[in-house]
Design a protein around this ligand. Structure first.
Ligand SMILES: Cc1cc2nc3c(=O)[nH]c(=O)nc-3n(C[C@H](O)[C@H](O)[C@H](O)COP(=O)(O)O)c2cc1C
Length: 245
């Protein structure tokens, strides 16, 4: 049976918080929608140190980032996954710095040419973004993370209308607490219910799309093997044992 590995990345420096709460809802929904076919894992930035790219370009020779910190651990988990969910807080109407540091270094390290072609790892990517205010950067951060997915040769997907247009978005009604969204949801607050519904449909669609992509890849293995761009994608097919077709 085809299975997929779904990595949820909480971009908040808080151990417990609103990014993690929504991410857990995404992963539970993915699990329920594709029971037995999806393996979920949660990575949190809490307590991790991932510094900025220092523009040394040694990655071009090393095939790895020359700066040694927690980047390599997350890069390896990212590489092994068939699907990625980013769940991040809005910071100053933008991506939190720690997450930007990761994607800058990931991009420079992995956007290498594979036999003349830019690598297309074909990971399915979903985004979840929340902040304490309404209309305060959520969609900008979603678009930035979707741009990152496209640039990385991945496939962004949304959840279902009308709650999810680009991914899942929420706000905490200007409450900076760690459990704001959970409390609002449990009290029946309308916008928190939209955020959770969006997160859950996102989890379902990401898991299903990742299964479809992987099954399609197995069916088209010969065609893809003749094209140098798909090495990272094919290595994930091969690491899962015998495939159909
Ligand atoms: C440095 C910083 C900048 C922030 N900037 C914004 C912002 O521009 N818009 C917004 O809605 N919330 C902003 N916030 C609030 C957080 O996004 C909000 O508290 C969020 O719920 C935190 O998520 P977490 O619980 O996962 O850490 C900011 C918080 C911090 C620490």
């Amino acid at each position: 049976m085809q299975t997929v590995k779904l990595l949820g990345i909480s971009g908040s420096p808080r151990k417990r918080g609103n990014s993690r709460y929504l991410l857990e809802r995404v992963l539970a929904a993915a699990d329920a929608a594709a029971a037995g076919r999806v393996e979920t894992d949660l990575y949190s930035f809490a307590g991790k140190k991932i510094g900025p790219c220092v523009s040394c370009f040694r990655c071009e020779d090393l095939g790895d980032c020359a700066t040694r910190d927690d980047f390599q651990e997350l890069r390896d988990a990212w590489l092994a996954a068939d699907a990625i969910i980013y769940s991040v807080p809005v910071y100053h109407m933008g991506i939190p710095g720690q997450v930007k540091c990761f994607i800058d270094r990931l991009g420079n390290t992995l956007c290498v040419e594979e036999e003349g072609d830019i690598s297309k790892p074909l990971k399915v990517v979903g985004v979840v973004v929340q902040g304490d205010c309404i209309f305060s950067g959520q969609e900008q951060v979603m678009v930035a993370l979707i741009n990152h997915a496209v640039l990385m040769g991945c496939i962004p997907v949304a959840g279902d209308p009308w709650q999810s247009y680009l991914g899942a978005a929420g706000w905490t009604r200007q409450d900076l607490g760690q459990d704001s969204l959970r409390d609002l949801y449990e009290s029946g607050e309308a916008d928190a219910k939209v955020a959770v519904a969006a997160a859950e449909s996102l989890g379902k669609r990401v898991a299903q799309t990742a299964l479809l992509i992987k099954a399609g890849g197995a069916a088209c293995r010969d065609m893809l093997a003749a094209d140098g761009a798909y090495g990272l994608f094919l290595s994930r097919l091969q690491s899962r044992g015998p495939q159909p077709g």
